[in-house]
Design a protein around this ligand. Sequence first.
Ligand code: NDP
Length: 328
Amino acid sequence: MGTFKAWVVEKTEAGQSLAFRDFDAADLMDGDVTVRVTHSTLNYKDGLALTGKSPVVRRFPMIPGIDFSGVVETSDHPEYKPGDAVVLTGWGVGETHLGAYAERARVKGDWLVPLPQGLTAEQAMAIGTAGYTAMLSRMALEAHGLTPAHGPAIVTGASGGVGSVAVALLARAGWHVIASTGRASEAGYLKDLGAAEILDRAELAKPGKPLGKERWAAGIDAVGSTTLANVLAMTRSDGAVAACGLAQGMDLPTSVAPFILRGVSLLGINSVTTPQAKRRQAWARLAGELDLDTLAAMTTRVRLEEVGRLGEEILAGRVRGRTVVEVG
Ligand code: NDP
């Protein structure tokens, strides 16, 4: 295989460095499937890895990029053969295992899922880890027994990747979606995705009371910190909030009041190590239930060479919706 092009993070005495360069295929890590990567994406965690702002990269040198779609080149795994179209999200790829911002990846076949029927490789990465996490969040709310008949659903970080797909998925399922955003200029975009109301995120950002007026029955929170605390404080009795992100912060300055006085539930979402059965169920549901025109409307394309400059952009909250990285 020789060499291939890749973004590579190195650790130096001055900190972390990032370069787009040739990578020797002999230096790929162990795995039973080698994939020709055709598409990747940009997620918040990729921003952390590209910039080194948070220590998500645990091995150097590292090829960042936590998700990809592509075509199997070689396989010793019983389920995959050359030519198969596959998708990967999570499992520490781009953190502890060489990742997706490269023309080749070698991974464990057990981490892959077949490209879901009805999606192209590009659409799968337009969804990517962020969209897949939005679906896991909706599934958690449904498993809790919540339906649109229980009341509105709030989505925080709504203009971001998880948020945009969450708005679209909830609206498609009939929810009255309240989209919380710091970008008033994106109100039209969010309404086009299906949001019924826009809430200025400043209303949720500052420390609030342990309990507030009951405003929504369900929530998908990509933000954490005081925002999540306020979302919980304003959740209706027996409602639930799926917590998946930390764009505002990792802290959660709340009290037990929403839990013991209103029976509110906090549902944790971890997309990285989701078991295979649930993973495939989420992807099949995304292929069947996400409107592909709506997905296209939230997606921007960049080439692999451009991805290096986008880490700072996503951490600054300046990236709208989803970004597909074209590798092939
Ligand atoms: P994005 O950057 O695309 O979206 C985050 C959004 O949060 C921004 O667009 C912005 O939305 C809002 N935001 C940013 N900074 C702040 C702030 N200081 N206070 C309040 N809101 C803010 O990232 P992703 O959608 O890729 O990821 C969102 C979060 O979910 C991240 O924390 C990520 O790590 C996490 N995540 C977790 C996963 C899991 O398995 N649990 C999987 C995938 C993501 P707006 O401008 O509309 O206000």
